[in-house]
Design a binder for this molecule. Structure first.
Ligand code: ZN
Length: 212
């Protein structure tokens, strides 16, 4: 587990409890064929202001990441864009889009589960929240229930690869077709490390990178 030096509103036990709630949201996403990522936004007096899961495919909305959806829910509930007393729990390290929105909303703290080496903006790929040139720094903790969140993602991508392999065989193959099918379930352009490692061990290309 890694963290910024900032002060957290939550004990380690409380972080586990809230992350379990975010994982429940991620399971809902998996059941709908979305990449399983869930989030919950909690105020300093421990009230839930937003619960959401990734809906990018369902809504065909590039911004429909779980973090963006809980921010919007909280903005509506509070009738305010400023959420400076709030903490955001999410099952995967936020991307740059979400990190920027979190910082803009003046969120106090982000707690995430799995690390995302290719797209994670907090500590894996970038260090957005630690940039002291910004007008607000967000505290963060990574690795809370990392194994559970990572396993859920790994299982999702494993199932996706199997499904794509069958469809590809039925369709007669072709790299363009393979890429198109793989992207139908992709949330981030890359998978977390555990899922990628399994991909590398497989002889079946996954093609989760953008098509451009
Ligand atoms: Zn995001």
């Amino acid at each position: 587990m890694s963290a910024s030096p900032g002060q957290s509103y939550f004990s380690p036990e409380e972080k586990l409890q809230w992350m379990q709630l975010a994982l429940q949201q991620a399971r809902l996403a998996a059941g709908l064929g979305e990449v399983p990522i869930g989030a919950v936004l909690v105020s300093s007096d421990k009230q839930v202001l937003g619960l959401a899961y990734n809906r990018r495919e369902l809504d065909q909305d590039v911004t429909a990441h779980a973090e963006m959806l809980v921010l919007r829910a909280a903005n509506r509930k509070r009738q305010s864009w400023r959420l400076s007393d709030c903490s955001l729990f999410v099952t995967l390290e936020p991307c740059f889009m979400c990190a920027a929105a979190i910082q803009q909303a003046r969120i106090h703290e982000v707690i995430f589960a799995a690390y995302d080496p290719k797209s994670g903006a907090v500590c894996s790929h970038g260090h957005f929240f630690d940039d002291h040139r910004l007008n607000h720094q967000v505290c963060w903790t990574g690795g809370v229930l990392q194994a559970e969140a990572g396993e859920m993602l790994q299982t999702f991508f494993r199932t996706l690869r199997r499904r794509n392999k069958v469809r590809e065989q039925q369709a007669g193959g072709g790299r363009g077709r393979r890429r198109q099918l793989a992207e139908a379930g992709a949330y981030h352009p890359t998978e977390p490390a555990a899922a990628r490692d399994e991909q590398n061990a497989s002889d079946q290309p996954v093609g989760l990178s953008p098509a451009d």
